[in-house]
Design a protein around this ligand. Sequence first.
Ligand code: C2O
Ligand code: CU
Length: 492
Amino acid sequence: MTLARFVDPLPIPPLAQPVGERTHAAYPGRRLPYYRMEMRAFRTPLHRDLPPTPQWGYQGMSPGPTLQAQRGEPLLVEWINALPQEHFLPIDHSIHGAEREKPAVRTVAHVHGARVPADSDGYPEDWFTPGHSALYHYPNGQDAATLWYHDHAMGITRLNLYAGLFGAYVMRDPHEQALGLPDGDCDLPLALCDRLVGKDGKLYYPVSDDPEAPWVSECNGNAILCNGKLFPYLEVEPRRYRLRLMNVANTRFFNLTLSNGQPLVQVASDQGLLAAPLPRKQVTLYPAERADVVVDFAGLDGKDIELRQQGDAILQFRVRDRGRRDTAAMPTALNTIERTPPATAVRDRVLTLGEMDDAGGRPTMMMLGGKHWSAPITEDPRQDSVEIWSLVNLTGDVHPVHLHLVRFQVLERRPFDLFAWNATRTLKYTGPAQPPPPEEMGWKDTVRADPGMVTRIITRFEGEPGRYVWHCHLLEHEDNEMMRPFLLRARA
Ligand code: C2O
Ligand code: CU
């Protein structure tokens, strides 16, 4: 399929607007902005020359409207399931949580990277069906960062995101606002994903050759979408822009570059500002990772520049002077990031990322700590305690591992002897520990666990006690057992 490039303008999701104010028991005496986010089926073309694509989206669009939050100002969102009763993508009923007796269409919203009490975090089993809704509250007591919201329903998250259920959630705070980074219409979320798109415009989701168990371990498309369009263009002025790059794909990772060789100046990672701006020739993002970059188009008036994925165009910037100037200089320092000393950890949990052959003929299922989702909780940190999690990757693939509720730091990656592990369950290192690269020296909520490596992260478990989850963010893995609950126990 050869489609003309750069014929559709890049859609910029509108800012979500509150529909009113409400009180909430968790915030006595306050009136909070109240948003309604309705999940609806809709059709829109992914490209000028394709028929409209049936999709699902919050407020009938994908990405959904951008939720904007200010630090210290809580908000309420009523997530409403107004979807049809039937799914349009292939459900695998042999997967735990998606059995035949379960309703086909189930949704529950999660704000990825938000520190949210358990009752509003979107626990995968807290799903609800068409005609129902859930009122969630977001305290917003955390640093400015590019967060995102998406569906999290047990056993069908991969299909619900693939259908279009995601959007940006932008946290702001006064510290960041004082830095003079590009904002307003020069601050744009760019949600990147791939889809398998037919000539009929429809979304196809890959299936195995077993109709009783259609699950596949990865999902790769033939089209890369940026804010829901294929090869869009964006007119920009010769000044600086902040681009909030978000990998919202099921499986694909991105290696992003600019066609003119100009650096992407990274200012933030998953959980907010880096210590200092970091010019990068290429930005790699695994599923669910974010990077905020500043791109300066000054002096490029009249030029067309592409954002590329491994050499292929995703988005074209057309630099056109409209007479507006950008006078602020890039700050040399952005943030103070205190490294959490490993000695403050009360515990080092060794957790494997493994795969298991299923007797039922399914190729493999992935597991965390060798345990199924339904096994009793094993990760049970105490509130405010510091823990190290050592992620031992026993597979041949990268798994981007995400913990709900907390932000963490990457300590190191270290190669280990897989045979020694398999024989005696002991960690024998085969080389020195590798410190994280500069782009991983800020706060993260999703970390690449590389094959053959022990990836160690450190986190303080701040937040309200309750039950949360951690999982691989390859959505096919997450849906098929590569997800575990964790329990935050109240401080002693
Ligand atoms: Cu991006 Cu558990 O989620
Ligand atoms: Cu995985």
